[in-house]
Design a protein. Structure first.
Length: 327
């Protein structure tokens, strides 16, 4: 089926997504990172990812910057592209993750996402001293709970909660703020958030495909990143993602699978032409001609520069959990 344009038309809705992963190291200056993001945006790509982790200072060479901070600096300056930093949840409270990503969504006017990750090593655990390193299965169980808390906090303000009523001196309508009252195995969070509901309501949730992360993929992922040595393996990974999403009662066509591509890896055009992926994440830097090649093949649809990241991925703005509609 590789090379059959009909496959992409059926699977993709005629839009192959293009992402680029950028680093958080290199020259520690705003100008350096802004230039990198602008170079990606100039290619017409849909979004940028930033990997991040809690690396002990003695191991950070060259020094790295915080992924959320880089994204927040780029948000008001670089237009028309999604901004998706990695935030690990193993040693970060979901309340802080929630407000950081919601704030990024506000600053970017609806172009934020969040790549969920876990911290695996004892070295990372020692930086905090609160708990030891844990097996991946346990880390992802905790991550699933963290994502649920974050999403509920995003909904803890209704859209019209901010009223700015000067005569009464009220900034918010307290009846439209909600305690989430979450109690789980790993977290107990009362809420509400301290950040108003953001333009997308739920910024995109991105999860990497790995066995222990599949329950999080099934329940929460809007975008899934996969790594595969060839297109056959990529197709198998994509079908597995679609199966677990379907098993969770969600529409698999609403979850995009992006294949990591290196300069010496699978051809990105063939990956989407053959249905092995819904798009690609370029790990070797931006490709100025890729979006144009995909457009010439009819594999890209026009996207307004003002589109939110959810709109780019054909996703509706979610209804508020506490206003009666449940995700």
């Amino acid at each position: 089926m590789v090379g059959d344009d009909r496959v992409v038309g059926e699977v993709m809705g005629a839009h192959a997504y293009v992402a680029v992963e950028l680093g958080t190291s290199g020259e520690p200056s705003a100008a350096h990172h802004l230039a990198a993001v602008q170079a990606v945006a100039d290619t017409g790509a849909d979004l940028v990812f930033w990997a991040d982790s809690f690396v002990p200072p003695e191991q950070a060479a060259p020094p790295t910057l915080d992924a959320v901070a880089i994204a927040a600096r780029a948000a008001p300056v670089v237009a028309g592209i999604g901004l998706v930093p990695t935030v690990t949840v193993t040693h970060t409270e979901p309340f802080h993750v929630s407000k950081a990503i919601a704030t990024l969504d506000l600053v970017s006017q609806g172009r934020a996402g969040w790549q969920v990750a876990v911290s695996r090593t004892e070295e990372e655990a020692l930086l905090f001293g609160r708990k030891p390193a844990a097996p991946p299965a346990l880390l992802w169980q905790e991550a699933a709970e963290a994502v649920e808390v974050v999403v509920r906090l995003w909904d803890s303000w209704e859209d019209d909660a901010v009223i700015r009523d000067l005569p009464t001196g009220r900034y918010v309508d307290r009846d439209r703020l909600h305690y989430i009252d979450f109690v789980g195995e790993f977290f107990s969070v009362k809420g509400p958030s301290i950040t108003p509901r953001s333009p997308q309501a739920h910024p995109l949730v991105v999860v990497r495909d790995e066995p222990d992360a599949l329950p999080v993929v099934a329940r929460w992922a809007d975008v899934v990143r996969v790594a595969a040595p060839d297109l056959a393996a990529a197709h198998t990974a994509r079908e597995q993602v679609r199966a677990v999403v379907t098993g969770a009662g969600r529409d698999p066509d609403a979850v995009a699978v992006l294949l990591d591509v290196t300069p010496d890896g699978p051809d990105p055009v063939e990956a989407v032409r053959g249905g092995a992926a819904d798009g690609v994440t370029l790990l070797g830097g931006p490709d100025p001609g890729l979006v144009g090649r995909l457009a010439e093949l009819g594999l890209r649809r026009p996207v307004a520069g003002s589109a939110t990241l959810r709109e780019r991925f054909g996703l509706p703005r979610p209804a508020n959990y506490f206003a009666g509609a449940h995700r």
